[in-house]
Design a protein around this ligand. Structure first.
Ligand code: CU
Length: 110
């Protein structure tokens, strides 16, 4: 009887516990490869804080910059950085490497 009750409760307990294991806020990986960002388009949930985990895989420093998201962060060659963005209204928000302004990408919040 006790075992059966535990089995019945298991899915419920799993559902309650699950959010504790998910990253909060959600994390999105972004790599800088020297000539482009990968991915160049990032999908994020709207109205939600998101953590960008930026990795600079190039041999020079870069600066993640976004005027629409009001963010600026220098990442040394081979280095990593964390930038939190949002909560964003639905829309497109561009970003670029301020040291090489032609290299950029877009965050799409929906
Ligand atoms: Cu800048």
């Amino acid at each position: 009887m006790r075992t059966r009750l535990a089995l019945l409760l298991l899915p419920f307990l799993a559902a309650v516990a699950a959010p504790a294991f998910a990253a909060d806020p959600p994390e999105v990986a972004l790599a800088f490869l020297g000539d482009r960002f990968e991915p160049a388009e990032i999908q994020v949930p709207a109205n939600t804080k998101v953590t960008l985990k930026i990795e600079n895989r190039s041999s020079g420093a870069m600066e993640f910059e976004s005027k629409s998201m009001h963010r600026e962060k220098v990442v040394p060659a081979g280095g990593k950085a964390t930038v939190s963005i949002g909560p964003l209204k639905p829309g497109r928000y561009d970003f670029f490497d301020d040291f090489h302004p032609k290299i950029g990408g877009v965050v799409v919040a929906r």
